[in-house]
Design a protein. Sequence first.
Length: 437
Amino acid sequence: MSLKSPTLGAILARRIAFFAVLAMVVQLAVIFSDYYWNVGELSRLFVEQETERLASGITAEENDTVRYRLPESVEGRYGQAQTGYVARIRGADGQLVFQSCDAACESRFLPPDVNPPDFWLRSLAPGKPLTLVGGRAFTVGGQRFVIDVATMGDPQDVTSDVFWNEVIAHMIVPMSILLVLVLGATLLSVRQALKPVRIAAEAAERIDPMDSRSHLQFQDMPREVAHLAEAVNRAFERVGELMKSQKILTSGIAHEVRTPLAAIKLELGHIDHPRARKAEADLDDLVRFVSQITALARLDTFDHGMFEEVDLVELSSSVVEQLAPWVYENDHSLELSAQVDAAIVQGVPALLRDAVRNLIDNAVRHTPIRTAIIVRVANGRIRVEDQHPAAVNTFATQSDGLGIGLKIVERIAAIHRGSLRCSGSQRGHTFDLEIGS
């Protein structure tokens, strides 16, 4: 898997952002067609926004004193004459608060003695640019004020500001909030939905086709991903079945080979000749080789579900007791040294016995006579040392006879999540069989 590959969250975030921008573009086109070509709506918005800007400069104090300062945003339009824009602000009693027009423009506003409505608008010329007059009532500091505005041709193109204010207020702001909420909710939902998938991915790294109990849990997964997990489980079950078939095939081959070998050895026993005895010895080595080949093949199909608690001290003691007579017959000595009272590990007793037996067997077969073989047991480790009396090093560290014994021990160590290490000296060699926890 490439670390440069985007995550599912990043892919969804980009797609949501793309379609959100596309939706904003479409909505912008709708708003443009709805507002820009609708002169009546633009006129209403013009009056609303301009009167609101003018009203922001009103200050009504507690003693009914009213002060007014023209806001900077509209000072260029209403702070001087002949700009194409005029305005008038009156109190509820008709008192003039501000005006930027002369008597000529007064005729276009509502007469002072008329009680104005909260909003009014009259178009002076059809189409754009806007030519209109209108007004709106505001309440500031508990007092009512009426603000009238008029434009003749909108020379400063205030209509564009009105349009973009509507775009910002009614599209960009709500769409941005919606995008953040939708994107956040989507990413959170995806993260929660993929949580069991992430756990399953971590479990898949530890899955072992040699363990019948090892499989992916898909009960809490989304249905689409659960199908994939089930397929993975079925694939590992198929691998396990193939390994079991291999085990049966290997056992059958070994049985078919051992039978004729036993018959040949029986026939050789009837021949009284030194060459027959040599052939019997070679035949014994061949039988042993076939047995080790069979054992090595069976290790590849071993079920890790058979692990149990094993005491390495007790196990090594039983192996030493079993092999001691054979070791003494070959002019060697065998000793057990337990550095702890008990060394409990998770493993398969039969395999660990085979490993210790193979190490002792190698030490017997590939060392000079009168070699002292010592089996030391510690927590999670079994050490087999050979100390031969001469300084001559004749021990084969990488192979025993036909090169299978140590491979079997290495494979057993790997099955138990451990390792086999070898070190040598002038007096002999040491093999450390580490058993993982």
